[in-house]
Design a protein around this ligand. Structure first.
Ligand SMILES: C[S@@+](CC[C@H](N)C(=O)[O-])C[C@H]1O[C@@H](n2cnc3c(N)ncnc32)[C@H](O)[C@@H]1O
Length: 440
């Protein structure tokens, strides 16, 4: 099935899909189908209350789609998977996805970090022929794991891409504000930012497909102006572009982590943009950490350990006695918001909360589900879907940082499969959401 997006008022596509629903500049699409049921039917089918379903949705165990009038509804197949999982029969198991087939297409990976995205693309069948990374420890990580990769150990601003050939330019450029001074910005006006360096690589290499990856917050950054400037610049450089927020927990990753993915395809190619479709299952921490190898990890101070010992699996600071809540939270106790990341112990049967660069930060605690300690480095790596033989260099803190910064490898795999489809023009519509845009 090909999803067609009618052109209404603009020349190319900036669109965002929320489950079944696509909204964007001049585009609206509803993909509601009869394989989906309402929240009340779902509650009956699962024999749980509406509140329980809403809670599962919040925990990332099941995804709700929204109809055009804002009503939640659910996919029947996904509900069947959840019923099986709840009865102990639905393990999908932890696996690092890897395709045996090489596509022959090549990638330049900018801001490569410890290689989460690069490895995912490689596992999908793409070949990374050049990587750029400034951080020494991350460069070491790339080199010990993939001695054949050509890693440039430098600031991207010093790299000349004019003689480089590649089918794809990929990169998670760190998000920075532009200074508009009241004007609409073009490529040259973004100079001085890391996005400019990414766009310069695109301009110099002229790949067929571009991939930009960022935090979800980019969408709302500076009221959306940052993202729309980036999309305008990529358009100016000759690409049709679209973006989508991908939720890692529906892409074989035991973690709730959202990444904004921009895809672009060179205008002369006339191929379609395709995003990977979410799976109808999730992977729990229990599945991801089965037989995880021993590893180094951060430790709690004795005082912190005393607090964390009182938190049950899946709990957080509100599970402490009131006097300890006040003591632990300090001034934050009286501030609004749930602060559900504070003193947080993870749950075995859910995907992890988003990993950050440190597993024991006060706002984003990631305590092991049943032992009173922060997740260790290998557990971090499993939750980011790195294989056990992918080694990380540097101090324990440097390793956490590299892993926490990475695109989950399996998410990279699904992204890579979509890129191969875009390059070859051959789309598997079961796993891809193909955007057809008609220029009038
Ligand atoms: C979010 S991390 C990338 C993670 C990576 N995509 C992965 O999946 O593992 C961003 C990376 O950009 C690198 N970086 C930042 N500024 C840079 C620059 N000027 N030149 C090259 N790399 C840079 C950082 O060292 C960091 O490793």
């Amino acid at each position: 099935m090909l999803f067609e997006i009618e052109k209404i008022s603009c020349d190319f596509l900036y669109c965002q899909y929320y489950g079944n629903h696509c909204i964007g500049k001049g585009y609206q699409m509803d993909l509601h189908s009869n394989s989906q049921i309402s929240i009340s039917d779902a509650s009956e089918k699962l024999d749980v209350s509406l509140d329980t379903i809403r809670r599962w949705e919040k925990k990332g165990l099941i995804k709700a789609h929204r109809s055009a009038n804002g009503h939640r509804y659910f996919d029947k197949k996904e509900l069947d998977r959840l019923i099986a999982k709840n009865s102990g029969k639905g393990d999908v198991g932890y696996k690092v996805l890897k395709s045996k087939k090489k596509s022959g297409y090549t990638v330049v990976e900018l801001f490569a970090g410890a290689g989460g995205l690069a490895l995912g693309l490689d596992n999908a069948g793409l070949e990374c022929n050049l990587l750029v990374e400034i951080d020494k420890r991350a460069v070491e990580t790339l080199r010990i794991n993939r001695p054949k990769w050509n890693v440039i150990d430098d600031d991207i601003a010093n790299v000349d891409f004019k003689k480089i050939n590649a089918d794809v330019v990929a990169g998670g450029f760190p998000c920075q504000a532009f200074s508009y001074a009241g004007k609409r910005m073009g490529f040259e006006d973004t100079r001085g930012t890391l996005f400019f360096e990414y766009a310069r690589a695109v301009k110099e290499i002229k790949p067929k497909v571009i991939l930009g990856e960022n935090v979800k917050g980019l969408e709302k950054h500076d009221n959306g102006r940052t993202l729309s400037t980036m999309l305008d610049v990529l358009d100016e450089l000759g690409y049709n572009v679209a973006y989508k927020v991908l939720r890692a927990q529906y892409f074989d990753v035991a973690q709730k982590r959202e990444r904004l993915v921009i895809f672009g395809i060179r205008k002369d190619l006339k191929h379609h943009i395709a995003f990977p479709k979410e799976q109808n299952y999730t992977v729990s921490i229990r599945e991801a950490l089965r037989e995880v190898p021993q590893a180094e990890g951060q430790k709690y101070t004795p005082d912190k350990k005393k607090i964390m010992q009182l938190i049950p699996e899946g709990g957080y600071w509100r599970d402490l006695p009131l006097s300890l809540q006040k003591k632990y939270m300090g001034a934050s106790f009286h501030l609004g918001g749930g602060k559900t990341g504070m003193a947080r112990r993870l749950s075995w049967d859910e995907p992890s909360l988003t990993l950050t660069c440190n597993p024991a930060q006060k706002q984003t605690e990631r305590c092991h589900p049943s032992e009173t300690r922060p997740l260790n480095v290998r557990e971090y790596a499993r939750i980011q879907s790195f294989p056990d033989d992918w080694n990380f260099c540097g101090s324990t803190a440097a390793q956490y940082k590299q892993i926490g910064n990475a695109v989950p490898v399996n998410l990279g795999y699904h992204i890579g499969k979509a890129i191969i489809a875009m390059l070859s023009g051959s789309y598997d519509e079961k796993s891809l959401l193909v955007l057809e845009h008609r220029l009038i």
